[in-house]
Design a protein. Structure first.
Length: 116
């Protein structure tokens, strides 16, 4: 049984079923440095702006270019993790230095794939 980070609900199936909380735009404006006086002065204009931002986020679509960039970034992280595993393993082959050298060469080859 786990607890949802968003709502604190206990869920035996480990499935996130709640609706994530949305941060208040007012709170975000305060974090950005707006004073309560400035927010009060903006009044309804700020609320209309908040509605436009939220609608834009809901309607945002990802193009193939967005997905391709996202996939490339994931692949780069995976390549680096694999290369680090090879290097860590290379240090354990003290009795057979050729195997350690091969592991280091493998790590370099994995990183080189990201340069291609």
């Amino acid at each position: 049984m786990t607890t949802c980070d968003e709502c604190g609900e206990m869920n035996p199936a480990d499935i996130h079923t709640c609706t994530p909380r949305v941060r208040s735009t007012i709170d975000m404006a305060r974090e950005a440095g707006f004073t309560d006086g400035e927010l009060a002065f903006m009044g309804d204009n700020f609320r209309r702006f908040e509605a436009l931002v939220r609608a834009d986020e809901r309607n945002r679509t990802w193009t193939q270019e967005h997905w391709t960039d996202y996939e490339r970034s994931i692949a780069a992280v995976e390549r680096e993790a694999c290369a680090k595993d090879f290097e860590a393993e290379a240090d354990t082959w003290t009795a057979w230095p050729q195997a350690g050298a091969a592991k280091r060469k493998g790590a370099a080859a994995i990183r080189a794939r990201g340069q291609a």
